[in-house]
Design a protein around this ligand. Structure first.
Ligand SMILES: [Zn+2]
Length: 397
């Protein structure tokens, strides 16, 4: 155990107390601020074996991560999340100290309350209750429960979940199912489970010609009509009409640049940039081929570069999605929608290891001033995670 794992001054079965202890650690990404020590102090006495994993890469700040596992048997059910938070911004915008974790009118305030120290605390409390209940009946919990907690989700995400997963692979650690505690509910707890995300790719097109005088076009080669025809070709029709769990893919031109200040010069080249948010009908490779096919039809010399922020992925409705939805419905009375909307999360790395879904608190105040969760939501999310732990080992692995 690390030295900042202070003696436990809170009950790990109480999600509000755990959330307060976490919020009081000023873990603005990539600082840990003592947050992982709070988790170790809560988990180790329950029997979790805690691995503190520090990664750094040239040009990036070192980041602390935690992999904690209870049990050695399979299946291994994992909760993934992050304890780093975005900066509070201008303090005068807050009506309450963002790191004081104060409670007012049934709400817990603080940076990270919903994104996502609250959900981490709810899972810790659910796990603590689960272990306690198993002990009371004289048994040990089935399978293994693990937590993969990173301090690098809100930042560049280089020294976080991805590297913990590499470490796990190298050490023979396998996962059978994972729930990520991102705030997925738009308005009320029980609204939405994320079962995948769209992919995102940005492409850079440069079309080459030969510079010359506008009055002597036979001595030049204007690249702009070709650029215009290429862009017309890729925007003429939609990429697809959507799939059962995804909205239609979308291509947006984000800039067209020639930067030619002269009215009498044919430019040597023209550039355009575009971004594609794509569903499970495509990969970055098939999209590049799709673009090239259309550009080749126009012809001429061009260059196409691209980078991929993430491929699309889907955990098709099945045992994991179903048991999380049932747990949410039992506690909240609402049947969550399955959705693939929104930005990226670390689920994009975990999906290469096991089925993964995302379910956490209500996202309305995430990254905003006066970020808060209701105590009621925190309590009910703990109950939902508890239901997941109660049912998951009979239904996965
Ligand atoms: Zn988050």
């Amino acid at each position: 155990m690390s030295t900042d794992a202070a003696a436990l001054s809170f009950d790990p079965c109480d999600p509000v107390a755990v959330a307060q202890a976490l919020i009081r650690c000023p873990s603005v990404t990539p600082e840990d601020g003592g947050a992982l020590g709070v988790l170790e102090a809560a988990l180790a006495p329950l029997g979790f074996v805690c691995h503190r994993l520090r990664f750094e890469e040239e040009g990036t700040a070192p980041v602390d991560n935690l992999y904690a596992r209870l049990g050695t048997e399979g299946p291994n059910f994992c909760f993934a999340g992050h304890t780093d938070v975005v900066p509070p911004g201008e303090l005068k915008g807050w009506s309450i100290d963002p790191f004081a974790a104060e409670i007012h009118n049934g709400r817990l305030y603080g940076r990270g309350a919903v994104d996502m120290k609250g959900a981490v605390a709810a899972f810790v409390a659910a796990a603590a209750r689960h272990v306690k209940a198993a002990k009371e009946t004289g048994g040990a919990p089935k399978g293994s429960i693990s937590l993969l907690i990173t301090g690098d989700e809100e930042g560049v995400a280089i020294n976080g979940t991805r590297k913990v997963l590499d470490w796990m692979r190298a050490n023979g650690e396998t996962l059978d199912a994972c729930v990520v505690g991102e705030p997925t509910n738009p308005k009320a707890l029980g609204d939405m489970i994320k079962i995948g995300r769209r992919g995102s790719m940005t492409a850079f097109l440069t079309v080459y010609g030969a510079q010359g005088h506008v009055a002597y076009p036979h001595l030049a080669d204007n690249p702009l009509p070709r650029l215009a025809r290429m862009l017309a070709a890729i925007t003429a029709e939609p990429l697809d009409a959507g799939t059962p769990h995804f909205q239609p893919s979308n291509l947006e031109l984000t800039t067209i640049d020639v930067g030619n200040p002269a009215h009498n010069v044919i430019p040597a080249l023209g550039r355009a940039t575009l971004n594609i948010r794509f569903n499970d009908l495509h990969t970055a490779d098939t999209l590049v081929a799709w673009l090239r096919e259309r550009f080749d039809r126009v012809g001429g010399t061009y260059e196409l570069d691209h980078f991929v922020s993430g491929d699309s992925f889907l955990t098709p409705p099945g045992p994991l999605t179903e048991l999380v939805a049932e747990a949410a419905e039992r506690v909240t009375g609402r049947r969550p929608d399955y959705s693939t909307t929104g930005g990226t999360s670390d689920a994009r790395f975990i999906k290469n290891f096991c089925p993964v879904v995302e379910f956490g608190l209500v996202g309305q105040t995430m990254h905003k001033v006066d970020e808060h969760t209701t105590l009621d939501d925190l309590t009910r999310l703990t109950d939902i995670y508890g239901e997941v732990l109660r049912t998951v080992f009979d239904r996965i692995g």
